[in-house]
Design a binder for this molecule. Sequence first.
Ligand code: ADP
Ligand code: MG
Length: 697
Amino acid sequence: MAAPPPSIQFVKGVGPRLAERLAARGIRTPQDALYLFPKGYQDRRRTVPIRDLSAGMTVPVRGKVLSVQESGRGRGFFRGGARLLEVVIADGTGRLVAKWFRYQPSLAQRFKAAEEATLCGPVRLFRFMPEMHHPEILSAEDTADPIHSGRIVPIYPDVEGIPPRVLRKIQWEVVRNHADKEAECFPPWILDKAGVPPLNESLAAIHFPKDDADAAAFREFSSPQQKRLAFGELFSIQWALERRRAGVERERAVPLLWDREIVGEIKRRLPFELTGAQRRVVNEILKDMGRPHPMHRLLQGDVGSGKTIVAWIAAMVAWKHGVQAAVMAPTEILAEQHYRRFASLAEGLPVRVDLLSAAVPAKEREAARRRIREGETDIAVGTHALIQESVEFRNLALGVIDEQHRFGVLQRTALREKAKISPHLLVMTATPIPRTLAIALYGDLDVSVIDEMPKGRIPVKTRVVPEGGRKRVFDEMRREIAQGGRAYVVLPLVEESEKLALRDAVRTAEKLREAFPEVEVGLLHGRMKPEEKEAGMRAFKEGEWKILVSTTVVEVGVDVPEATVIVIEHAERFGLSQLHQLRGRVGRGTRPSHCFLMVGNVQGEEAEARLSVMERTTDGFRIAEEDLKIRGPGDFAGVRQSGIPDLVFADLVRDARMLQTAKEIVGELRRKDPELSSPEHEGIRRFLARRTATVAD
Ligand code: ADP
Ligand code: MG
């Protein structure tokens, strides 16, 4: 057996006390410390003349102390400290004010008028004068020390109980003595193909960049050495996806071939002509279902592109084979809607459709569960209720998951496990996932895209409206309602305070009732019982309510073609993709529709600029890309649940090319050595083992 790894305690300058604090952060060995990376960098290679400072720079400045001034002593909020210490230094090219708002009294003593001082911190401008708040003070000793100055200095994340400078010193020792021992895990051909330098060189540079390095590149995490680590992250994602995919391909499934008879039956029942895109994806899906291996396909199509009918067709083919299909939707309203749609499309045929959701009374639910178990149910439609333990299928052979972004990999797996032999799986999403993200999220799925809207759709007219424009919005609503239209008014669900959100919704409904005394204004919110929600939704659908005020319960899938106006309150609180989803509630009929994005006056220009994308395009993919740029992938629907680890170096948007390269490399590797059993790949095996917890299997 190999010797146990050395403890961090024996790194110079650590000792038992600091070792304990490091251990609290999961750092027990020098190797662990090597993977505690800087979160940023400061370029302290040269001091910069004050005249050349500009806002946002973080650089050292050296000058003579002109004045040291403390104010607010005793009145300070922080007992024992003063409120403000101001030190002015000058270097012959200008003056700089350093400010500390909270400090130990001894700090002021470190400055003596007329002596030299070196300060380093982020520069800001205040009345055209450069300032630094809470800069680091570099002593004469420091300025001679190659760790804390005269170089591009790493800034580490805070580790409780260890001052930043002490931590930096520890890391210096760790890198000096241990970076070289980190064996490269990838063979040279992979590094070549990825275009990145070897690991040990990268580790050393990431902690302490060389003097001639590009400081800006390091700060942006785009230096070649940081790319080496990014590559590792992307590689491990791709590897896990590829394995999952290969696993599915080896499994066997019941082939569900279509035949003339069922296709004829389906065609006779279609309420409209399929679009070219719908026909194409139906072909792709039916081809998959005919194979003796499970289909694993993602159906991507913008809101309103007509995915439901595609799912229905697949379910009908399963029915023809006498096996069961399950259709899972994220909300009760949506499940109910699918249930009705599926049942009515198959009317007159002996197709038994059952609904399973919390909205169904317990007794009926029990009966439905029994029918599902005994195989009387042909198509089971429902919510999460479908994958509960108590549900047992007799011969499930097709699973459909609608609005996949609301579910995670786990639910996908749970549904698969309801079948005795691997079912065909179709997952549908209306969130137009940017391609790059789709590879990472759904790299194990084949993808079909509906990229065409049903004929006759008129793009929704969208306006960002400040509070002052509300009257015009109301006028528009009135006009539309008079012509048989209906209006949604949507409020954001304030997650921290459902109560507040509810109060907001109730108040909005009241205001609307005052403004529109001639029509019924209904209210839907998250606190309502499922049957109340459903009743409300029906009242709106059937036209009893003309205006529906709701928290975002209407977000997904609901289909009310008569609705021609949607007003989204506090639009600035929503992500663009979510707004796009909401907007998809209208524009489903043949009349032109309107979307009003209300922004509070205080939100101002920034919000309007961000939201203006919505005015310019109705292309969900473009909106998603935009959203991704603004918010980053972590916030993107589905990413959190997807099992993708937090990425430190890789950025799924910026590193799209590298993600693709990683995919190719993984493909090549799997052809050469699928189990990584050759000694040449020992390192990769080790590396992946360390990252096992990364992508959920
Ligand atoms: P989504 O893709 O958002 O789930 P739906 O399946 O709910 O969209 O379809 C949106 C609306 O478009 C529904 O009212 C549906 O009946 C209608 N629809 C779907 N396909 C077509 C088509 N080919 N022609 C006309 N209307 C269609
Ligand atoms: Mg849908």
